[in-house]
Design a protein around this ligand. Structure first.
Ligand code: 5GP
Length: 192
């Protein structure tokens, strides 16, 4: 059986990654989103084991020590990491796996898994990103400021991705991501 695609799906906080991800997952039953481990506190409505595995700093350190993470990073003071085994098991089963991760994680995956496909979601503008971050109201203003700063830094990496997609409209951007993946699959099938 052909291995699944590993798709790194990145973009600044507030750019709309989550909304587009939901649509992507609904549109193809062969897509799964990897559930990361994090030391960040759950936001209201977030479920342990569904949105993230919420762990303590000690538990996260154990995952690192046991080589249980494919990549990990500290982002704005919290740790986030991708579970190695769960992802490899899905890929071996032919499932296409999305990693919704930040830039430091993207750089590690590119190194360790060069056949991955990398997609960066861009906001229409930084002003629009700030408006969305303030509008969703899930963070305090000092956290928003940190995330905006991180977003500006992340934007400088956009050209290192295989594809960039502007989230000017959720349906249009979702379709663009779907088209990218379907074209890659066609190409890879031809090669095999
Ligand atoms: P949030 O706190 O908004 O859920 O996530 C903050 C940032 O961490 C986002 O850019 C998100 O994509 C990223 N992130 C989530 N899970 C992981 C992970 O497993 N590894 C890395 N490197 N980044 C992650």
């Amino acid at each position: 059986m052909a291995k699944g695609l590993l798709i790194v799906y990145a973009g600044a906080s507030g750019v709309g990654k989550g909304t587009i991800m939901k649509q992507l997952l609904n549109s193809d039953s062969n897509f799964r989103l990897s559930v990361s481990a994090t030391t960040r506190a759950p936001r209201p409505g977030e479920i342990d084991g569904v949105h993230y595995s919420f762990v303590t700093k000690d538990e996260f350190q154990k995952l690192i020590n046991n080589d249980g993470l494919l990549e990990y990073a500290n982002y704005c003071g919290n740790f986030y990491g991708t579970p190695r085994k769960a992802v490899y098991d899905m890929l071996d089963a032919g499932i296409d796996v999305f990693l919704e991760i930040e830039i430091k994680g993207f750089l590690q995956i590119k190194e360790k898994y060069p056949e991955c496909v990398t997609i960066f979601l861009l906001p229409p503008s930084i002003d629009e990103l700030e408006r969305r971050l303030v509008g969703r109201g899930t963070e305090e203003y000092d956290v928003i400021k940190k995330r905006l700063q991180a977003a500006k830094e992340e934007l400088t990496y956009a050209d290192q991705f295989d594809y960039t997609v502007i989230n000017d409209d959720v349906n249009r951007a979702t379709k663009e991501v779907l088209d990218i993946i379907s074209n890659i699959k066609k190409e890879r099938n031809k090669e095999n």
